[in-house]
Design a protein around this ligand. Sequence first.
Ligand SMILES: Cc1cc2nc3c(=O)[nH]c(=O)nc-3n(C[C@H](O)[C@H](O)[C@H](O)COP(=O)(O)O)c2cc1C
Length: 199
Amino acid sequence: MKTPIFILLIIALCISSGCSNAQFMSSEKILIVYLSRTNNTKAIAEIIHNNIGGALVALELENPYPENYQATVHQVVKENETGYLPTLKTKIDSIDNYVVVFLGFPTWDMKMPPPMKTFLHQYDLRGKTVIPFNTNAGYGVGSGFQTVKELCPNSRVLEGFSITGGVEKDGVYYVIKGEKAQEAEKKVKKWLQKIKVIE
Ligand SMILES: Cc1cc2nc3c(=O)[nH]c(=O)nc-3n(C[C@H](O)[C@H](O)[C@H](O)COP(=O)(O)O)c2cc1C
């Protein structure tokens, strides 16, 4: 059977432009899921969303972490030691409908926060393209992106994006606003171009 000419054209267009990721993809196939306590990771999620669309979903917990920073650190360290996975309140309908999944999380205890681990244990992302992003207090992503690879062994995990956000231990909370938001937007766009999600 002959391949219709328009299919050949689309294939040729994709090969010539190097399109392989979310380019030309319907935004209904894109999920942007993030965890954010003081809204810095949320700000990056929104920048991505403004550029490519998709479903934007914040992870919420059945039992939220304490308001107090030190108490939260203490709880997270314990959860990491025991491998405890906190129960999510957020439910994703029809994960199978998504082809590209962005995963946003802050660095906690130099690791991926436990709620994001819950998400990756709960939802099977096999066969999907997974794209992580992160904010942190200046110490980097730690083992977070490595953990994405480990928990998504059957996904195509693309290069992640990481940027400095707040420093909650010093009382510096939401910082990705104003000039810093503009700078962040430039960096996010550059990264999305590099991984061929936008042109
Ligand atoms: C419990 C906890 C642990 C944290 N641990 C680290 C860390 O190990 N390294 C780091 O650079 N920042 C750490 N941070 C700071 C956050 O990663 C940083 O403030 C981030 O921008 C917060 O993102 P959000 O505003 O989306 O919640 C920690 C914050 C919290 C609440």
